[in-house]
Ligand binder design. Structure first.
Ligand code: NAP
Length: 256
């Protein structure tokens, strides 16, 4: 039984993976979905299955790295449906990258792909939700990798940590205005994009299962949601250990 019904929901990064799967889940609730990403044909295909399940859907192809384009997506959603009640900021990417092989530009690019894409939507969404009755929910697909420096994922871990901190501040500031924030932190998810990166993926879960966790977080609105429990426990344990011990374990886990 769908719990999120009759809402306008913006999903940024809805053309594949977790975002596309969440869109298909939310389609069962008779919602109005605004789907965005760069690849229009993929978005159109997701929109087709959303409409087939009885939800209305607007597709806007846009690059989240462009602040003007991101603001225009929010404006287009409001023009079509009158408000944005829920937003899932899901765009992001974490390629395998060792610190002795990256250039400065690589690190900046990963920061932009995982942090700027959040900021570019956060700002216009806060303005919009602050002006509408009932505020709204802004959720972000973070990562358990954002909770500590993961080997070969350093720039990605750093970018996700920055996004979490920014959202943590916004949550405290904007609660009185009815704007709520949820950061979801998945472990490894078997999406197409990461299937061939060669990294070990302990406790990997399916895209479908990840989407169910994300939808549950959108329903319950915790400040932070961590899943699956096995990876979340592993990360919590590593954080509690003395650094020399956790470094040793991480090095072992990261070796192919
Ligand atoms: N898979 C995992 O193991 C895992 C684990 C933890 C967290 N996450 C996070 O989950 C989120 C979704 O990733 P996924 O695994 O489902 O991979 P994915 O299939 O590659 O999904 C990424 C989505 O973001 C969109 N996107 C990327 N850059 C964009 C940009 N500049 N502008 C607009 N849209 C952009 C992509 O669409 P276009 O290419 O069409 O633009 C796609 O729809 C990411 O934030 C990722 O960091 C994934």
């Amino acid at each position: 039984m769908a719990r999120i019904t009759d809402r306008t929901i913006l999903i940024v990064g809805a053309s594949s993976g977790i975002g596309a799967e969440v869109a298909r889940h939310l389609a069962r609730g008779g919602n109005r979905l605004v789907l965005t990403a760069r690849r229009e044909p993929e978005l159109t295909a997701v929109a087709g299955s959303v409409r087939a399940q009885g939800s209305d859907c607007l597709v806007v192809a846009a690059d989240a790295l462009d602040p003007r384009a991101a603001a225009d997506v929010v404006t287009a959603g409001v023009a079509e449906y009158g408000s944005v009640d829920v937003a899932l900021l899901n765009a992001g990417q974490g390629p395998d990258m060792s610190m002795d092989q990256v250039g400065v530009a690589d690190v900046s690019r990963i920061m932009a792909l995982n942090y700027d894409v959040v900021v570019n939507y956060l700002v216009p969404l806060i303005a919009q939700m602050g002006s509408q009755t009932g505020g709204g929910l802004i959720a972000h697909t973070n990562s358990l990798a954002g909770l500590m420096g993961i080997p070969r994922q350093g720039p990605y871990s750093a970018a996700k940590a920055a996004a979490r901190t920014l959202i943590d501040s916004a949550r405290v500031e904007l609660a009185p205005r009815g704007i709520r924030f949820t950061s979801v932190h998945p472990g490894f998810v078997a999406t197409e994009r990461i299937s061939g990166d060669g990294l070990p993926k302990p406790f990997q879960i399916s895209q479908e299962r990840a989407a169910r966790y994300v939808v549950r977080a959108l329903e319950r609105e915790p400040a932070q949601a961590y899943f699956p429990w096995q990876t979340a426990t592993l990360v919590r344990t590593l954080r509690a250990l003395p650094t020399p011990v956790s470094s040793l374990v991480l090095r072992k886990l990261a070796s192919p």
